[in-house]
Design a protein around this ligand. Structure first.
Ligand code: ARG
Ligand code: ZN
Length: 466
């Protein structure tokens, strides 16, 4: 499912859709078949995602051997052409591609950087549904140390892999329209050596001995998901499964090094998910839970249905944060990265709500502590409503983003504010959102003019007045 429109570049700019040039008869493609753009249209990440099609479903068949770090993949991507396509791109980083087909017919392809360009045997008509299959193999190359992001993507570990892909690391393990503006459902069929457990999104469909030895885990995420939330984290894990007190399926998994945390992770994740249902609205997915792997990522990621904690014992606050993302970020996904505060500001505000709910500091106290930061504090010079591509996860996006919500709450009152949160999640469930849509809804529900409040908190490079 696609939310941003990208313009296609015309392969033959002189020949318009009318076929006006009468000189040389053309027999090949439908008139005006164009090349899909190499990016989806996010000005901050010009080559992320691709233009000209909308993915509905990824079916990923993957074999992975931790000892050799070798990955064999066969990805089948079902999509719809949103323009007539003479060729189109996928994002894929590294790997050897041994074959690409479109609707069963061999296609030609080329590679340049992270772009895999595919020319189908016959152009695709606008509106046509098609399936592209890519066969690839090699040792995954995660993205390492770019500005404040640390390492991300498919990261091989001693016993398997730690797979956390925000913002654009899906391409490190499968060919993708790798941008949050295109959400799709996923099937994972992943074969690993005996003793290795695979934890992907959604629900386990089957777990069977593989023909050539080892085990095949089939997982299915049947709700739309952005590519950066896809995971197939692998290794030795201890599991606890059941339901939250409120009846939502719950799965906690920990690396044996964190065996002592399994019970707590399971119980807290369940309890917090149930609480968020009362504050944010119905749980958008088929299960909740959490995974603690022993890779020290230095961060957590809200992988859909299975938030992941990279090598540390998660406290209540971070569990509250990652589970709030299941609504803010995962069900309601940003259409462009500059709006990241819609994910991180909301999840940070959820931490404050949870702390208050459990008898700690109130949200108001947290807001005041933030607002008391001196005028020279770096959060005041970074407007959180315009997250920067080279510093996406700046503290301002989290903290000043959360403060924006508290300032809004003070202005419109508790009743309207909490009604706004539930209306926001209900109106855009499983969809894509922008800051403008949020501010418009806040104005509609409150009946107040909120331009100056949002402008001061989100867009000005200075500390807003109290
Ligand atoms: N969304 C995550 C969180 O706030 C942050 C992920 C950071 N990503 C990264 N590649 N380091 O919980
Ligand atoms: Zn977050």
């Amino acid at each position: 499912t696609l939310s941003l429109l990208a313009c296609g570049a015309t392969d033959r700019p002189s020949e318009g859709a009318t076929g006006a040039d009468s000189g040389s008869p053309r027999t090949a493609a439908p008139a005006g078949a164009t090349r899909g753009a190499p990016g989806i249209g996010d000005p901050d990440f010009p080559l992320d995602g691709n233009g000209g099609y909308d993915v509905a479903h990824y079916a990923l068949k993957i074999g992975y051997v931790p000892e050799s770090k070798h990955l064999d993949g066969e990805a089948t991507i079902r999509a719809t052409a949103t323009q007539s396509l003479s060729r189109f791109n996928l994002d894929l980083r590294g790997f050897e591609v041994s074959g690409v087909s479109v609707d069963g017919a061999a296609a030609t392809f080329s590679r340049e950087g992270d772009e895999l360009s595919v020319t189908p045997a016959r152009p695709l008509a606008r509106g046509a549904a098609f399936a592209v299959k890519v066969t690839y193999s090699g040792v995954p190359q995660p993205v390492r140390g770019s500005s404040n992001l640390g390492s991300y993507g498919f990261i091989p570990t001693g016993d398997g892999a730690f797979v956390a892909c925000e913002p654009n690391g899906a391409r490190t393990w499968f060919p993708a329209n790798d941008h949050p503006a295109d959400k799709a459902t996923f099937d994972f069929e992943i074969t690993v050596p005996a003793g290795v457990t695979v934890l992907a999104n959604g629900e386990l469909v089957s777990r069977e001995p593989a023909a050539g030895g080892g085990t095949t885990f089939s997982w299915r995420e049947s709700h739309p998901m952005v590519t950066y939330l896809a995971t197939a984290t692998m290794g030795e894990f201890q599991l606890r499964e059941g339901r939250t007190p409120g009846g939502i399926r719950n799965l906690a998994a920990v690396d044996p090094r964190f065996a002592g945390e399994l019970g707590d992770l399971y119980t807290r994740s369940g309890q917090i998910t149930d609480h968020w249902v009362t504050v944010f609205g119905p749980y958008p997915f088929s299960s909740t839970g959490g995974v603690v792997d022993d890779f020290s990522a230095g961060y957590a990621l809200e992988n859909q249905t299975k938030p992941m904690y990279g090598g540390f014992r998660p406290d209540q606050s971070i569990i509250a944060h990652e589970l709030a993302h299941q609504w803010f970020g995962n069900s309601l996904s940003i259409e462009r990265w500059e709006d990241l505060w819609l994910n991180e500001g909301f999840a940070t505000y959820a931490e404050w709500l949870w702390t208050e709910h459990t008898g700690g500091d109130t949200a108001d106290e947290r807001f005041r502590a933030g607002h008391d930061r001196p005028a020279g504090d770096p959060i005041w010079s970074y407007p959180p409503g315009d997250a920067r591509p080279d510093d996406l996860f700046n503290e301002s996006v989290y903290l000043r983003g959360a403060m924006t919500l508290h300032a809004l709450r003070e202005k419109i009152g508790d009743d309207t504010f909490f009604r706004l949160l539930k209306t926001w999640t209900a109106e855009h469930e499983h969809g894509s959102v922008t800051t403008e849509e949020f501010t418009a809804l806040a104005e509609r529900l409150s009946g107040k003019q909120l331009d100056s409040l949002f402008d001061a908190w989100l867009f000005q490079p200075r500390r807003p007045a109290a």
